[in-house]
Design a protein around this ligand. Structure first.
Ligand SMILES: Cc1ncc(C[n+]2csc(CCOP(=O)(O)OP(=O)(O)O)c2C)c(N)n1
Ligand SMILES: [Mg+2]
Length: 498
């Protein structure tokens, strides 16, 4: 499918290039079937007679549907400013009414002033912040009128426990990688609240299409520590049969698409899956996660636009953690983050404190409700920070100050903050904390040992599952690889059954 898309894009570009050439040759008057809408809209503006029954009349009829008469529009566009001001207050244009102005104002870049505010519920000390307007909490989706979050003790405790389990899992897998037992690992440190609290706000039917820093969703949904370990060790119990790098988890059972390495591919795919849910009238949405770095990919823009125009139930969740490996956000974009890009595509968008578990929970519950009940996409930008290195292949102290890391690790730590709130409610204590941490550590060590001892998938698995019947060229490659391994056993892993 990827190949098809690439080809389609290429041919589109070629058509556009040819079209431009031809237009130039005929002095701007040529037509181009690659741009039926704009061409015919122009003709409509100019009052030219359109051929009826032509499918490319779409642009013209759409224009008409705004109830603007073509002649009036031409008058408005080409008359003097005086005429416009005196005679017409605005223009009906595809998309709605546009008012006129005599002010020669460019839309200003608001990235440094008037930044979009950030929704939060708990302050840095885990204390509930009163909602704006005193007693009225109408803006807060999950709040009672007496300002208590509508989150049960049970849900809050499960959220907290899964955040702790995620921390312990990250620590132990990271160490296992440092010991040379795993080839690669990547932590969620500093972003634990996002994946866990978002998962808590969803239903099991909601389809999750992750980037790679969201294993908290899987923990919430019941993926076992053994399943995580099997994937990281790429053994025969790994659902991906050892074909992927560690942390590329996936689960059909838990409605969690497999992580894919090329950034942002999940974003347009999410728009497509959400469109399918809509056609099937499912009471569910797609939730796709991605980083600030992925928002710089073309796929981000295609995905948002596609979801907007098809009105598909997808929640776009951007973890803006300040960094894309060593690239700071200011080197990536000059907009006010990602939230304004959602707005630009006509998508309801919100900026939220990603280190506040309650704010994450409330915003994703509200976003899900909008997506499913109103049948349209939503974008949530979480402001957070990647406290760990990008991955075990990175050393972030080479490109960012240690003070900055420490600030986010200590002062803005999402797990400590939520713990303070949970403890403040009398729901958690030090004893339960240390019991949970040591039990999880023990379970993980057992899971790692078992996964490490489990056989690797047989060599043949490398060539399976792409075709229903393995074609001859792949069968030949399999035979060749087996013979090469037999000739040079020292150059290949000894634990893969040949
Ligand atoms: C298309 C593509 N380009 C580049 C990379 C290399 N790469 C892997 S992760 C990453 C950074 C992504 O940053 P972000 O989306 O902000 O996620 P974060 O790691 O901060 O969670 C890059 C550049 C890739 N995997 N895919
Ligand atoms: Mg990032």
């Amino acid at each position: 499918m990827a190949i098809w898309v690439t080809t389609a894009r290429k041919s589109g570009a070629t058509m556009a290039a040819r079209c431009l050439t031809r237009r130039n040759m005929v002095n701007g008057g040529g037509s181009c079937s690659a741009f039926p809408k704009s061409h015919h809209s122009l003709n409509a503006l100019a009052g030219k007679k359109e051929k009826e029954n032509s499918s490319s009349l779409l642009g013209f009829w759409r224009f008409k549907s705004t109830k603007a008469s073509a002649a009036a529009a031409v008058d408005q566009l080409y008359s003097s400013d005086e005429d416009v001001t005196n005679n017409h207050q605005g223009l009906d244009f595809p998309g709605g009414h546009v008012s006129y102005t005599r002010s020669l104002n460019f839309i200003s870049n608001s990235s440094t002033q008037n930044r979009v505010p950030c929704y939060r519920v708990l302050d840095d000390n885990g204390v509930l912040i009163p909602a704006a307007g005193g007693g009225s909490n109408s803006g807060d989706f999950q709040f009672h009128h007496h300002q208590q979050p509508l989150i049960s003790q049970q849900t809050a405790l499960k959220m907290y426990r899964e955040m702790v389990r995620l921390q312990v899992m990250d620590t132990i897998f990271y160490e296992a990688q440092r010991q040379g037992r795993l080839s690669f690992y990547l932590t969620s440190t500093g972003e634990e609240a996002i994946s866990v609290a978002a998962a808590a706000a969803l239903t099991p039917d909601d389809v999750v299409m992750p980037q790679y820093r969201e294993p908290g969703v899987l923990l919430w949904r019941g993926f076992t520590l053994r399943e995580f370990a099997d994937q990281c060790f790429g053994n025969k119990d790994d659902y991906g049969k050892g074909r992927q790098m560690p942390i590329h988890y996936g689960s059909n059972k838990l409605n969690y698409f497999t992580v894919s390495s090329p950034l942002a591919t999940q974003i347009p795919q999410a728009a497509g899956v959400a469109y399918a849910l809509k056609m099937e009238k499912k009471d569910a949405c797609v939730v796709t996660f991605f980083g600030d770095g992925s928002s710089s990919e073309g796929d981000f823009h295609a995905g948002l636009n596609f979801a907007a125009v098809t009105e598909s139930p997808v929640v776009f969740v951007c973890r803006n953690n300040g960094w894309a490996i060593s690239t700071n956000v200011s080197e990536q974009f000059r907009s006010d983050g990602i939230v304004v890009k959602g707005q630009a595509y006509g998508i309801d968008s919100i900026r939220v404190d990603g280190n506040d578990a309650l704010a994450v929970y409330n915003s994703i519950r509200a976003a899900r409700e909008i997506a499913v009940k109103q049948g349209k996409p939503v974008l949530v930008e979480f402001l957070t920070y990647r406290v760990g290195h990008h991955s075990t292949s990175d050393d972030s102290t080479k490109y960012r100050p240690v003070d900055e890391i420490e600030y986010w690790k200590v002062t803005r730590n999402p797990v400590n903050r939520f713990r303070k709130w949970v403890e403040g409610n009398g729901w958690w204590n030090e004893g339960e904390e240390s019991e949970l941490r040591s039990a999880t550590r023990k379970q993980l060590l057992q899971a790692i040992q078992a996964a490490e001892r489990t056989e690797k998938p047989v060599l043949e698995e490398m060539f399976n599952d792409v075709y229903d019947e393995t074609p001859s060229n792949l069968r030949e490659q399999h035979v060749q690889l087996r013979e090469t391994i037999k000739r040079h056993p020292g150059d290949y892993p000894s634990d893969v059954p040949v």
